[in-house]
Design a protein around this ligand. Structure first.
Ligand SMILES: Cc1cc2nc3c(=O)[nH]c(=O)nc-3n(C[C@H](O)[C@H](O)[C@H](O)COP(=O)(O)OP(=O)(O)OC[C@H]3O[C@@H](n4cnc5c(N)ncnc54)[C@H](O)[C@@H]3O)c2cc1C
Length: 370
């Protein structure tokens, strides 16, 4: 567990007070707002804080890159959703949090205080240490920066490597394979670790068909000018590296005084409350709870429990417990309109699964449009 670093009490200035601040338009908060738009919202002054006016839906990003969706197809407009839920929308990133004082510092200089806080800010992408500037790095998150960076790269295609052998790395490789002259995919362990062996073999088949060079069990330890090194051995040379590797916690929650795990993710109880500060909830990738994986599916499932618990907290009622599901359905886009399915150790692939994935993804966006 991280040592609790207490923020400087003088760090934050004038405060506007809210009953509840929802920080980040992640999957669970979208679900909370939808529920409050459709059913009764709890009493009090409530706001959502987001760096931008839209929330991107990561599940459709590979389809956007493959040219199968437009950017608008993959976004939820927050103003309309907030208006329907009777929640204020504040556009600015949170840059600091004092758990003890229940205050947040915004990028625009404002300081807000709240009786209750809820964090659903996701995570950033980790990068290996880099020496020299010969290699350009592009992280898949935040999505708007990634999309504009990719558009610049696409204007002048060059050989590229992708770091990350999880579902995101595989989907991106299959979406981008035909768009760059050479593509290599690096996985620290086996490709799609945690999914069934069958889906890994199917993915390897698709990647081979698209001439993607796959390097499994090849953790990248550092970048030295135009070389990727595994241990001390150079394993790839080039000038473009797309980062789709593991989730890395943002620094500001770690420095907030909230109890975090050894990787910096907020430790939460089954009620989704911080263990150290029960007036602060945390969900999705930024939270740490045994059994809950860092994936959109888990963040979505936390939404209904979070909505119930935030309403109960504001009314002084008892809270419900969230229990992570043991299995989750994975549908991986293959870049050609098809998808690979992984469910309970069973794997399959084809165009019909791609249509199913499109149906589920478009349904998610539609559910949050008001
Ligand atoms: C290419 C790709 C494809 C993926 N496909 C799938 C998939 O098909 N299925 C699946 O289950 N998972 C998928 N994932 C994983 C998934 O994206 C994450 O696990 C999921 O988005 C986590 O959800 P979340 O609600 O925790 O946060 P996010 O969905 O990441 O949302 C966090 C929100 O917080 C906001 N935010 C960030 N910092 C701040 C700040 N300082 N202040 C205020 N707001 C802030 C962000 O703008 C964002 O809106 C994919 C990931 C990638 C990269």
């Amino acid at each position: 567990m991280h040592a609790l670093i207490q923020p400087n009490p003088g760090m934050f200035g004038v405060t506007h007070h809210y009953d509840l601040l929802l920080i980040g338009a992640g999957h669970a908060h979208l679900g909370v707002l939808r529920r409050w738009a459709l059913v009764e919202r709890p009493p009090g002054r409530i706001a959502l804080i987001s760096p931008g006016p839209v929330a991107w839906y990561s599940g459709m990003l590979p389809g956007l890159l493959a040219g199968r969706h437009s950017a608008a197809d993959c976004q939820v407009e927050l103003q309309a959703l907030c208006r329907a839920a009777k929640v204020e929308l504040i556009i600015s990133p949170v840059e600091g949090l004092s758990a003890a004082q229940q205050q947040v510092q915004l990028g625009d200089g404002r300081t807000l205080g709240a009786s209750w806080l809820s964090l659903n800010v996701g995570a950033q992408i980790s990068a290996p240490p880099q020496q020299g500037e010969a290699m350009q790095l592009l992280a898949v998150k935040p999505f708007d920066q990634f999309i504009s960076g990719w558009q610049q790269w696409q204007a002048k295609p060059e050989p590229m490597a992708i770091l990350g052998g999880g579902a995101a790395g595989v989907e991106l490789a299959l979406a981008l394979a035909g768009k760059v002259p050479q593509l290599a995919l690096f996985s620290a362990g086996h490709l799609l670790d945690g999914l069934s062996p069958g889906v890994r073999l199917r993915a390897l088949g698709h990647l081979r068909q698209h001439a993607v060079e796959v390097r499994e069990d090849c953790p990248i330890s550092r970048i030295d000018n135009d070389s990727l090194l595994s241990g001390n051995a150079p394993v790839w040379r080039g000038q473009r590296l797309l980062l789709a590797s593991g989730a890395k916690a943002f620094a500001w929650p770690v420095h907030s005084g909230l109890g975090c795990d050894e990787r910096g993710f907020v430790l939460i109880a089954p009620t989704l409350q911080s263990y150290t500060h029960p007036t602060i909830f945390a969900v999705g990738d930024c939270a740490s709870l045994p059994g809950a994986r860092k994936s959109g599916v888990y963040a979505v499932r936390q939404g209904p429990v979070l909505a119930t618990n935030l309403s109960a907290a504001l009314r002084g009622l008892p809270l419900k417990r969230y229990r992570p599901q043991r299995q989750s359905l994975a549908l991986l886009a293959t870049g050609d309109g098809g998808a690979l399915l992984d469910w309970h150790g069973y794997s399959a692939g084809g165009q019909c699964y791609g249509r199913w994935k499109d149906f589920l993804d478009k349904g998610f966006i539609q559910r949050h449009r008001f």
